[in-house]
Design a protein around this ligand. Sequence first.
Ligand SMILES: NC(=O)c1ccc[n+]([C@@H]2O[C@H](COP(=O)([O-])OP(=O)(O)OC[C@H]3O[C@@H](n4cnc5c(N)ncnc54)[C@H](O)[C@@H]3O)[C@@H](O)[C@H]2O)c1
Length: 396
Amino acid sequence: MRVAIIGQGYVGLTIAVGAASAGHKVFGFDVNDSLVSQLNSGNSHIEGISNSKLQEFISKGFFTASSDPTVLGGADVIVIAVPTPLDETRNPDLSYVHAAAALIDNNVKSPALIINESTSYPGTLRKEIAARITGIEHLYASSPERVDPGNNEWGTKNTPRLIGGLTPDAVVKAKEFYSTFCDSIIEVSSPEVAEAAKIFENTFRQVNIALVNEFAQIADALGISGREVLDAAATKPYGFMEFNPGPGVGGHCIPVDPSYLAHVANEVGVPATFIKRANEVNLAMPEYVVKRVVAGAGGSIKGKKIVVVGVSYKSNVADTRETPAAAVIDLLRGQGAMVTWHDELVGNWRGESSSPIAGADVAVLVTKHNGIDVAAIKACGYVFDCTGSIAGVDGI
Ligand SMILES: NC(=O)c1ccc[n+]([C@@H]2O[C@H](COP(=O)([O-])OP(=O)(O)OC[C@H]3O[C@@H](n4cnc5c(N)ncnc54)[C@H](O)[C@@H]3O)[C@@H](O)[C@H]2O)c1
């Protein structure tokens, strides 16, 4: 099939490579010209997709990146994989999804299967995409992406994929497409069910993470180890699922998607109280971390050299979107500390570069990448571990 994918970020490029591996002719469309040149020269920008794989597909003619919207014309399948962030008022910002719909409306003049993989609230495919594309009888399906960058166990092929179509024909076509590179496809009765399932999955994580974050604070105040309690609770073979506390939540999904659900809940008059409270707890975690660091480091961090280790939002990825490390660093600086950060995966961030760990008075481990120099962290005067991975030091 001729496949065009709108957006070549974490999701779009992952699907592009999945489809190319099945022998489809894939055009990766993106508005970012420098990303397009980078991809066409065979350089992947995401973990999990190697340069060699990309180069192989380019040389076989299975993958071409482009910033020319005319590549959308003549496609059998068009996948939308664009950002769905929050605006300044923490409400859904669908401007990228609308832009993608406009691109299709302007450039695609023969019927195609149009699939939305971007995460959004129920009703997005029907009301925000299909309703904006006029004149041609396309097929429409929703198949929310579940990619977990950096996860070596679960990828595009073996993660079950949900599909909901606006019509039975759309479901048939979408199954035909995804079955060429996904092992398990689950049909649901409407795109709204597929869309809602995705945001509920992430809301489930957000709320449970908030619960353990709050519990970690309760346990510490009680003088017991929250992590030991959670490990103990996890020995129950049924009815319990372990989540880990941390410095907050980051990335494009967990801090954002639940607010999409809260937004539609609000519109239909049902208050999403768990989501609101979970946001408050998770967003307050950097403050809690800094309070503990100040107390643990002797009551004041004014003038102290502090290194924050690991600034991406999760282990072994370079993604710093919504990372709680930003708030931790800003709050530490607000207390007069001289703060640097160490993260060789990230390299450069917010106009600063990764610094060495050695020589700091205090180390705060926010995210632990494989191969991090734990000995150098432990050599700092005081260590606060947000990851529960260094025995015998303070932390959450
Ligand atoms: N990153 C994840 O782990 C993940 C997992 C599941 C679902 N999602 C969802 O998938 C969607 C995409 O997320 P992502 O992480 O790939 O985002 P991303 O920021 O990595 O990539 C989005 C890409 O879209 C491009 N873009 C923006 N507007 C465009 C337009 N009008 N036309 C063409 N390209 C355009 C951007 O330049 C960027 O390269 C979001 O809805 C997100 O919530 C993300």
